[in-house]
Design a protein around this ligand. Structure first.
Ligand code: G6P
Length: 616
């Protein structure tokens, strides 16, 4: 939610920042802006719309400095206007700032600053932050050389309630940036004779692979030659420089039309990467290097709690069923945003898992902190190494699927399903699952990438179906057991990127409400697995058919469907029940993708959404 970039070096900052902003646009794309500094003067360009629009209307000459900051916005305080776009400049022209997060006590601070003569051009909380820095700067004695700028930011942040990732330039201190974070991600890139700042590594990977993941409450003071990190209470921090393991191609769209398409087709490899090195030598169970919890402690757990948002929450619902089925331990799943406020009674030996692709979703982070505050261990399943959730967790599992740029999650989602399935195996083998049961389960998981490869061959068929169905205004997605969360995910994918209203429901529950929507104008997507649920699902389909509803069936190979029952038949391979949700996700991803393309939607940047939601 909002992307920020900063640069100090010998190159023209604006070109590097704009390039970085393009890579961060998935975080928000309501407006974009850049400010560079030359001597004691800021040059500023900002406007509503995409980064590309800003580039087109901003001649390079307008932003000549070699120090600069840039921002791509997902609006919180104040509408989508040029004036509300970042960077913001203090009314005394001393400071320029970019900000990701929310200043909760901005109203009282604004009131105070107005009495001190500061003026405001925007409705944002960020401009309040900027003027408060200016206020403290005026009051700060110019004692120690160079520290007045840093200290006024530090003082300001001590008064701020809420979250922030900020980068600030000061007119009196050319070639310096002060940046800080609390609750919003911020990474320092250490390049060759240059330093960068960004909300995530994709913005800086083309210039350096050496990064410092800043922690909450840390402030970095950057000059062209050096940087130092301190805390809000002025303690020194020794920086740890990490190396990013992926490269620039991973964050480029390549031969595909959209990141979402690329990421759908990357899934076989992504699943292989998630599994790599994670099965025991005898092939009968899973193993995880980073759980930081002994098998004995794991054995004591009497209830697992899974917490997440969005697609990751759907992955939790599948994990719940697999763990309960194969490991026979009760599992609770909560939306992170609800968990914090429900204050549910927790058993003594509960263990928490959070699932978060980005590792930065603020609701998930806050729920995790709440569980930890109550004395529980929290393990994180996350894709982004060094993310806040991964760092604050007691242990966890990295997904290793590479950067996911498309706002609608695809490869990260199926990888989360896989991690959930592996956990069910791991916990199951500690309890009642037999050695041979484990061998069979591992074999099935290892076969998942090939089954997904095979399923991806359905793309041309789904493209054709998408053309026939893209004009509908409503759609239902119906499935049972582990395919119910996949139905929820299918509906979410469709509404996110095509803006067609869609609902996911348990197939049999459909008759208690959603059936009222059924007519020739509201088609249903049914998941039809062979086995014990087959006849039940067919009955539900009959009920839809009797009301003239069109049916798209995603059925496993062995299902023999009554003739004339379905309008479209998509065949997926038969597979183990731990793998079925993964394979069944592929057709709905492709269907929603092609429907959105058919409707000429902005697939990778759907309206109003952002990839990583770092505000509550
Ligand atoms: C946003 C994204 C979703 C994602 C959710 C949780 O809403 O648009 O695709 O599932 O956040 O994100 P996380 O990074 O925590 O998995």
């Amino acid at each position: 939610m909002c992307g920020i970039v900063g640069y100090i070096g010998k190159q023209k900052a604006s070109a590097i920042i704009l390039e970085g902003l393009k890579r961060l646009e998935y975080r928000g794309y309501d407006s974009a802006g850049v400010a560079t500094q030359q001597g004691d003067h800021f040059d500023l360009a900002k406007k509503i719309g995409r980064v590309e629009g800003l580039i087109k209307t901003t001649p390079a000459l307008k932003l000549p400095g070699t120090t600069g900051i840039g921002h791509t916005r997902w609006a919180t305080h104040g509408g989508v206007t040029d004036a509300n776009a970042h960077p913001h400049i203090s009314s005394d022209q001393k400071f320029a700032i970019i900000h990701n997060g929310v200043v909760e006590n901005y109203a009282s601070i604004k009131k105070f600053l107005l009495t001190k003569g500061y003026t405001f051009k925007s409705e944002t909380d960020t401009e309040v932050l900027c003027n408060l820095i200016a206020y403290h700067y005026q009051k700060e004695p110019a004692t120690k050389e160079g520290s007045r700028f840093l200290e006024s930011v530090r003082k300001t942040l001590r008064h701020i309630e809420g979250t922030y990732g900020i980068a600030v330039m000061c007119a009196d201190n050319p070639a310096e940036i002060v940046a800080a974070r609390k609750g919003s991600p911020l990474i320092l890139g250490v390049g060759d004779g240059e330093l960068m700042l960004a909300s995530d590594v994709s913005a800086i990977i083309s210039r350096t692979q050496n990064v410092v993941y800043l922690k909450d409450g840390e402030i970095v003071h950057m000059t062209a030659q050096n940087f130092s990190i301190t805390t809000l209470d002025s303690s020194d921090v020794s920086p740890v420089i990490d190396k990013i393991t992926w490269n620039i191609e991973d964050s480029e769209v390549g031969a595909f039309d959209h990141f979402m398409e690329k990421e759908i087709f990357e899934q076989p490899a992504a699943l292989e990467n998630t599994m790599r090195g994670r099965f025991s030598e005898d092939g009968s169970t899973a193993q995880f290097g980073g759980l930081n919890i002994t098998a004995i402690d794991f054995r004591q757990v009497d209830r697992f709690h899974f917490i997440a948002c969005g697609s990751a929450w759907h992955a939790c619902l599948v994990a719940e069923q697999l763990i309960e089925r194969f490991a026979r331990v009760p599992v609770e799943v909560d939306y992170a945003s609800e968990f914090r406020y429900r204050n549910i009674p927790l058993s003594k030996n509960a263990l928490f898992f959070t699932i978060s692709q980005s590792g930065e979703t603020i609701d998930t982070l806050a729920a995790m902190r709440e569980a930890k505050r109550k004395g529980y261990k929290v393990l994180a399943i996350s894709n982004v190494v060094g993310s806040s959730i991964a760092r604050e967790a007691d242990g966890g599992v990295y997904q290793h699927v590479g950067p996911e740029i498309g706002v609608a999650s695809t490869k990260a989602f199926t990888s989360q399903l896989l991690v959930g399935a592996m956990l069910a195996l791991y916990i199951g083998r500690m309890r009642d699952m037999s050695f041979s049961g484990g061998i069979e389960y591992v074999k099935a998981l290892k076969g998942a990438p090939d089954l997904v490869r095979e399923t991806l061959k359905l793309a041309p068929q789904l493209k054709e179906i998408a053309k026939r169905y893209a004009h509908y205004k409503d759609m239902l997605f119906l499935g049972r057991l582990t395919l119910f969360p996949v139905a929820l995910e299918g509906a979410l994918k469709l509404k996110e990127i095509s803006y067609i209203h869609a609902e996911g429901y348990p197939a049999a529950e459909m008759k208690h409400g959603p059936i009222a929507l059924i007519s020739e104008e509201c088609p249903s997507v049914f998941f039809v697995p062979s086995g014990e649920m087959f006849n039940k699902v067919v009955s539900s389909m009959q009920e839809i058919k009797a009301r003239k509803g069109k049916i798209i069936a995603i059925a496993t190979q062995n299902c023999e469907l009554p003739s004339g029952l379905v309008d479209e038949l998509i065949r997926i391979p038969e597979c183990h029940e731990a793998v079925l949700p993964i394979v069944a996700s592929i057709p709905v991803q492709l269907l929603s993708y092609y429907m959105a393309v058919e409707l000429k939607r902005d697939v990778d940047k759907p309206r109003n959404l952002a990839k990583s939601v770092t505000v509550e």
